[in-house]
Design a protein around this ligand. Structure first.
Ligand SMILES: C[S@@+](CC[C@H](N)C(=O)[O-])C[C@H]1O[C@@H](n2cnc3c(N)ncnc32)[C@H](O)[C@@H]1O
Length: 380
């Protein structure tokens, strides 16, 4: 009989409900949406599946201890209560990510060090050898959350953040986080069966994520490493079965276009390389072209763009750009659902069209909006 346990998937602000839907479709139970994470329960099969399948998850965590702290020393004591030989050998390496919001502790680095001490001291006392620390590529990554006096310690089954899909070999200066891009695609409601265009595609994140969604390709397709693969209880047969099943169910062709363009030659070349590296040349067409010159594929369809926010641009130029976005949408994107994702809320007003949907999201620390414009055939 498979054992069921608590799990938690972390995500970006604003994508919690979407992640909950993804988890539900994979068979997760007891789903509870929290701020920037979703709690659920499942078994090892679901934990592997969530790592491979969730487009909007950053990490899948498996909590192993919940405790209350009254003073600093309680942390060391509580960590030593856990039987660590269940999870690591004396030869293993570990890393601890700590997130602390508490008056008992102020430094997350100190919390990580005390946790590490408690683990390696237990192993040394019992086996005579201390496990090592490897912050970049450990055998076991742990995640410790302390909120006031409540602590949750979890095994990080993802290892590297799941936004690192593995298809990006080249970046320009400001590529979108892949989890954010996938979340935005879900928010557009695109049916994965009609035209899709990103006419300011940058490094191609929306295009590659869109093609993956349309093909039914799992976001973990290009990754060969997940944290759980180095756990003592790793069941490689189970995981490879899930992988094979996912690949078997992919679509082989798309009967609608996924197109992109960018005005900057170097950026366009970077996008070409990323698309090639993802093996998506047959599904995505891109051009080195200005948005204003681009003719979109036949409607109906979805257009998503992430125009410059203005950090490196003249204010007047930026204003002009946003005015032109509105003009081009009106003249060329009839019967499209058009979405603009921007961190420049002031300039976004210059688009001059009525939004039919707005969603607050963050790109790193930048407060952004996803804005929707329904471009009807008759003028609106
Ligand atoms: C914020 S970046 C987009 C980043 C992209 N979403 C990614 O994930 O890499 C904005 C992009 O718009 C492009 N751009 C600016 N003005 C443009 C125009 N008029 N036509 C086409 N592309 C334009 C820039 O070259 C830049 O690559």
């Amino acid at each position: 009989m498979t054992q069921t346990f608590s799990l938690s998937a972390t995500t970006l602000f604003g994508l919690e409900e979407i992640l909950a839907e993804e988890l539900k479709s994979l068979g997760a139970k007891d789903i509870r949406v929290q701020r920037r994470f979703v709690e659920f329960s499942g078994d090892q099969y679901l934990m592997y599946k969530a790592n491979l399948w969730c487009r909007t998850a950053i990490r899948i965590l498996k909590p192993i201890a919940y405790f209350t702290l009254h003073e600093e020393d309680d942390l060391y004591r509580e960590i030593q209560e856990i039987r660590w030989d269940k999870y690591i050998t004396p030869q293993s390496t570990i890393a601890i990510d700590s997130f602390v919001h508490s008056s008992i502790f102020t430094h997350s680095l100190y919390v990580s060090q005390r946790t590490k001490d408690a683990i390696v001291d237990q192993m040394r006392d019992e086996k005579g050898i201390r496990p090592g620390v490897d912050l970049k590529d450990p055998d076991l990554r742990l995640n410790l959350h302390i909120n006031q006096n409540k602590a949750v310690l979890s095994l990080d089954s993802s290892g590297d953040s799941l936004h690192k899909r593995g298809y990006r070999i080249q970046t320009n200066t400001v590529p979108l986080n892949e989890v954010l891009a996938a979340g935005i695609l879900y928010l557009t409601g695109w049916d994965c069966n009609s035209s899709f265009i990103d006419p300011m595609c940058g490094s191609g994140t929306f295009l590659i994520e869109a093609a993956m969604m349309a093909l039914g390709r799992v976001p973990g397709y290009y990754r060969n490493k997940f944290g759980f693969m180095r756990w003592l209880d790793y069941d490689s047969g189970l995981f490879h079965g899930i992988q094979d099943e996912a690949i078997k169910n992919e679509r082989e062709t798309l009967s609608f276009p996924i197109e992109g363009s960018d005005v900057n030659r170097k950026t366009y070349q970077i996008a070409c390389k990323n698309i090639q590296n993802a093996g998506m040349e047959d599904y995505i067409q891109i051009q080195h072209k200005a948005f204003e010159e681009q003719t979109p594929p036949p409607a109906p369809g979805v257009m998503v763009m992430n125009p410059p926010y203005g950090e490196r641009q003249e204010v007047d130029q930026l204003r002009e750009k946003y005015i032109r976005i509105g003009d081009v949408l009106k003249s060329k994107y009839k019967n499209y659902s058009a979405f603009v994702f921007t961190g420049n809320l002031k300039e976004a007003k210059n688009i001059g069209l009525r939004t039919t949907f707005r969603k607050e999201l963050f790109n790193g620390a930048i407060d952004c909006r996803l804005l929707k414009y329904d471009m009807y055939a008759g003028s609106k």
